[in-house]
Design a binder for this molecule. Structure first.
Ligand code: 6R9
Length: 627
């Protein structure tokens, strides 16, 4: 009805990015999935969702096939591949060693001091089997839980796969967390074993992780935890409790390099992983062997247009879902070579990432906007010193990708030749959901369109689709195979929080808008929306506008109460290293820049210049800390 528009129902959009990047002709010729294939896949998925995912599942090996692809008789308890039997590790290792992949590199690892280790598929298979037998000798069996408090090491991958191979459920706890958090997790998860390291290298320091474990486990009874396995990495002195602690090397030394892969139901749990929440309590999300495997395998191969010659580097930590799905499981399922780096991206100087790309001939580099903005602050001098010509595809995930950082990556790292894929997904979704493919037309700052089989939409507060150009809540309207199968503890969370807010739809907790081409633009977390004079505006737009100023490296805005306008914005920014202007000059310059970019609605009350922004351990900006 005219005049009855309630601004609280949708979001306004002020920022308009007009730049468009078309795929190069060569990409159109070489891509495994071309635009016609993509159209056909979308059509199939739209008319028969099960048929689409069944075809994806047929690319993998199963001990027993499914009775039903999708049982949706009791939503939101969707069950994928009911009756099927499989093991994700059988697909990540065993099936490759029957082929020429046997001698292919599965894992290239580089330590922060510059040491390197490499494993062929056969070597990784043997190492995983040995540790699987080692875990069994400690009494670990199907259904038991194992906490991995591990940094970026080959043994982290080996431990994940060894657990999954014998049907144990792994739960990574990020190595940057302290004893207190580990203690919390151990008490929540009740693992039979904790696997850790003596120490590891980070930014030129040795982090003594075993000491944290000892602190975390003080007074922990054997009913909760029986054993601790310690990998040698930094060769620092550690206290070993003879009744509880084992050296990894001692445990595997005499074990046979063969262990059968446990036969798992498709919806048996594979791992528990806590969300990296930017506000509120983190949830322990549970993923399965079967559905997760199908979703991750399909999206990995399609989104990154995988070729047999690729060297894939996902720069995320295995402690987060990106590391699980696209550093470990996706690449190994697909039989490609995955690269892992132990240390800090600026150590010993700001060209470490570019050095690794050139040294190993990385072809696909999957990173995060935060990492790009951090490296961008140092300008184009560092990337210019390295041969980045092997790169063919760039990708990012984790936060809204501000157009300036997107353009910088495209130009300075991709040399204008590599598509930049901004992929939207979550711990809960397990796999990439909304993302371009290498043949897509790209718009910097947009995650483009949902992948085939993903029914994403943007709705208002009543759950109705919003018109083009308007912002609202991002929802998923149909189930997908890699969807989480549960949450630790309170099962009501699933019904109430995720599926209860808009009945029949998965609520992602993000706000977004769709443009005239059906392209999605993520505007930030729903909890962070600004409300200025009745206009609801996503934080990402204001932040993107700020970072479009050539001096600004990173920006975060939060709403602060204002008597007249309801809220005004307060900004925190970090600057590029070559900026010479004073804070006062910049203050007024940035305010007028925002006025030019977004118009008169967004009033920036104040701007604070910081050396660094507060981030979660997975690198996301911690808005709650700044509020
Ligand atoms: C994979 C991962 C999920 C949240 C998600 C959203 C943000 C992820 C994004 C993005 C804008 C993207 N997010 N990808 N925002 N553009 N391409 O990061 O999982 O740690 O669970 O975080 O991250 O807010 O809801 P997780």
């Amino acid at each position: 009805m005219e005049g009855s528009v309630d601004h609280n129902e949708t979001l306004d959009s002020l920022l308009h990015e007009e730049r468009v990047f078309r795929p190069l002709p060569q990409m159109m010729i070489e891509a495994g999935v071309n635009p016609q294939d993509l159209r056909a896949a979308r059509e199939l998925a739209d008319t028969d969702l099960s048929a689409y995912w069944e075809e994806a599942a047929e690319e993998l090996d199963w001990f027993t096939k499914w009775e039903k692809v999708l049982d949706d008789s009791e939503p939101p308890d969707y069950r994928w591949f009911t009756g099927a039997r499989c093991n994700i590790v059988y697909n990540a290792l065993d099936r490759h060693i029957e082929t020429v992949n046997k001698n292919r590199l599965a894992l290239i690892w580089e330590g922060e001091p510059g040491d390197s280790r490499q494993f062929t598929y056969y070597e990784l298979y043997r190492a995983v089997n040995r540790f699987a037998n080692g875990l069994k000798s400690l009494g670990v069996s199907k259904g038991d839980r194992v906490v991995l408090y591990m940094p970026q090491l080959p043994e982290t991958v080996i431990s994940m796969l060894a657990c999954a191979r014998i049907g144990a459920v792994h739960s990574l706890v990020f190595s940057g967390f302290s004893a207190r958090l580990l203690r919390e997790r151990v008490r929540e998860i009740h693992p039979k074993v904790v696997v850790t390291v003596d120490g590891f290298y980070r930014n030129g320091q040795v982090i003594r992780l075993k000491e944290e474990v000892d602190r975390a486990l003080i007074d922990t009874p054997a009913e909760i935890l029986e054993s601790v396995v310690v990998v040698h990495r930094a060769n620092v002195d550690v206290d070993m409790d003879s009744a509880r602690d084992y050296w990894y090397e001692d445990l595997v030394r005499h074990e046979r390099p063969h262990a059968p892969a446990e036969i798992m139901a498709a919806d048996d749990p594979l791992f528990i992983l806590h969300t990296s929440s930017t506000s509120g309590k983190s949830k322990g999300v549970i993923h399965s062997h079967g559905g997760y495997m199908v979703g991750v395998h399909r999206t990995f191969k399609w989104v990154f247009d995988l070729k047999p010659t690729d060297i894939f580097w996902c720069a995320a930590d295995p402690g987060w879902i990106t590391g699980h799905s696209y550093l470990v499981y996706g690449p190994l399922l697909a039989g490609t070579t995955t690269v892992m780096y132990e240390g800090h991206s600026l150590y010993p100087q700001a060209d470490r990432m570019w050095n690794i790309i050139s040294k190993y001939g990385v072809t696909i580099f999957y990173t995060s906007p935060t990492q790009v903005r951090t490296l961008m602050r140092f300008g184009h001098r560092y990337p210019e010193q390295h041969d980045l010509s092997t790169l063919r595809i760039l990708g990012a995930v984790g936060e809204p990708f501000n157009p300036e950082a997107w353009i910088w990556l495209h130009k300075n790292i991709g040399k204008g030749q590599c598509p930049v894929l901004d992929t939207w997904w979550q711990t809960e979704t397990g796999m990439i959901m909304i993302s371009p493919m290498p043949v897509s037309v790209l718009k910097p700052g947009s995650v483009t369109r949902p992948l085939p089989g993903i029914d994403a939409d943007i709705v208002d507060i009543e759950g109705k689709s919003v018109p083009e150009g308007k912002g609202g809540f991002l929802v998923i309207k149909k189930p997908w195979p890699a969807m989480f199968i549960g949450v630790l503890g309170d099962e009501h969370v699933i019904r109430d929080h995720y599926w209860g807010r808009f009945p029949g739809m998965f609520y992602a907790g993000d706000v977004a808008r769709k443009d005239e081409d059906g392209y999605f633009w993520i505007q930030g977390r729903a909890d962070d929306v600004l409300n200025i004079s009745g206009h609801r505006i996503g934080t990402a737009e204001v932040e993107s506008a700020l970072t479009s100023h050539p001096h600004v490296a990173e920006a975060v805005v939060v709403g602060v109460a204002d008597k007249i306008k309801g809220q005004v914005a307060k900004a925190f920014v970090t600057l590029n290293y070559d900026v010479v202007e004073t804070d006062d000059e910049l203050h007024s310059e940035l305010k007028s820049h925002i006025h030019r970019e977004l118009g008169p609605i967004v009033i920036i009350r104040s701007i604070e210049f910081l050396d660094e922004l507060p981030k979660t351990s997975s690198g996301k900006i911690k808005r709650s800390a700044l509020k």
